[in-house]
Design a protein around this ligand. Structure first.
Ligand code: ZN
Length: 364
């Protein structure tokens, strides 16, 4: 056991500074995400000057296997802005290049980059995430000082999901910016350690979900949206009719219970999830829907936690007669068939449709 007095007060190393560049490294636009580590061995902020100096911040590859954001930026800079000056400064944050090398969300010895950003009440950093927590904390202060037009953090998901953007605050600027990307908007407050959440108190911030990695329409959609934002003089703060917009509130995160083996082949594991589980994303799934066979009698094989970390599993799921079933209607998102993602992140989120601006009367 280590006695506290055995650790000198100044033993903590200073947090690593984020690498900041004011030009693109040579040949970087020729590199797929898997090759970026050759030029950028760690996270990097690249500040590219444009006509309007107030920057648009775009973050890519916080999860190394989610490359639509990088592909969108790469094509935008290579083709549209190679000879033409940017209409607005673009600050590009390139995240986990080491995980991208291996097409992994994160490497086994790394924390999840998009859980390492500051928020009030954050518990002390651990051995595993100290480096990133310190670095990202410094980066947030740099971004705050720059007063960005907006922060856009591009992601992919591993299951079948529509394109959508997620916001952490219900205000018109966040919502209006989100609707420029898609009709579907997800509002969430947990998990709190995301980049978009850390930046939401000084500018509109979006987590962009561009479908599955490697799909051209996800890259194209992100590219059009980023270009649209670069040309935007300001983010509209005026109330508008919601029209086709649907806002989901993320109510709970569902995990496979710790230590429980799971899979998708029938009767292969203590939990065997039904095939095509990810077809349920963004669908209203009625009470009684079967999600898995359970081989272990009485096992509470999944765990649903609300945004405060309270266990609300029994509100949503039953574990009777060897089956995992829904106890009430649910709207899941981010269900995936990728067992590694389920282990490293979660099984899914549960959502409900909300009226984001109940005080706002729709104009006739
Ligand atoms: Zn992601």
């Amino acid at each position: 056991m280590l006695h506290p007095e055995a650790v000198p007060a100044n033993a903590q190393p200073a947090p690593a500074q984020p690498l900041v560049l004011d030009a693109l490294p040579a040949e970087i636009l020729e590199m797929p995400a898997t090759a970026l580590y050759q030029s950028l061995p760690g996270p990097c902020l690249i500040r590219l000057a444009g006509d309007d100096p107030r920057p648009l911040v775009v973050s890519v590859l916080q999860h190394g296997n989610e490359d639509s954001g990088w592909e969108a930026i790469r094509q935008l800079l290579k083709h549209r802005y190679q000879r033409q000056r940017l209409p607005r400064s673009l600050w590009l944050w390139i995240g986990n290049t080491q995980a991208a090398r291996w097409r992994r969300r994160r490497l086994p010895d790394q924390p999840d980059f998009n859980r390492c950003w500051p928020y009030p009440g954050r518990p002390p950093a651990t051995e595993q995430d100290r480096h990133e927590v310190g670095m990202f904390g410094q980066l947030v202060e740099m971004l705050r000082a720059a007063q960005p037009l907006a922060v856009i953090d591009a992601h992919n998901n591993s299951g079948l999901n529509p394109h959508y953007s997620a916001i952490n605050r219900l205000d018109w600027r966040s919502y209006n910016l989100a609707r420029r990307f898609a009709d579907i908007v997800v509002y969430f407050t947990s998990p709190p350690g995301t980049m978009a959440n850390a930046c939401a108190d000084f500018c509109p911030s979006l987590t962009l979900e561009c479908g599955q990695a490697g799909q051209v329409h996800g890259t194209d959609h992100a590219m059009r949206f980023i270009d649209d934002c670069l040309q935007l003089p300001a983010v509209d703060a005026a109330p508008r009719p919601l029209g086709e917009g649907v806002v989901y509130h993320m109510m709970a995160t569902v995990y496979v219970s710790p230590g429980v083996q799971f899979g998708f082949q029938p009767e292969s594991h203590p939990i065997s999830f039904v095939a095509n589980l990810d077809h349920h994303n963004f669908r209203h799934l009625p009470a009684g829907s079967k999600l898995a066979d359970i081989a272990v009698a009485g096992a509470r094989c999944v765990l649903a936690l609300d945004s405060h970390g309270h266990d609300i599993t029994d509100d949503y799921f039953s574990f009777e007669h060897g089956e995992l079933r829904t106890r009430r209607e649910i709207i899941p998102s981010m269900l995936t068939l990728d067992e590694r993602v389920i282990s490293q992140d979660c099984l899914c989120y549960l959502m409900e449709v909300i009226d984001p601006f109940p005080q706002h009367a729709e104009p006739d």
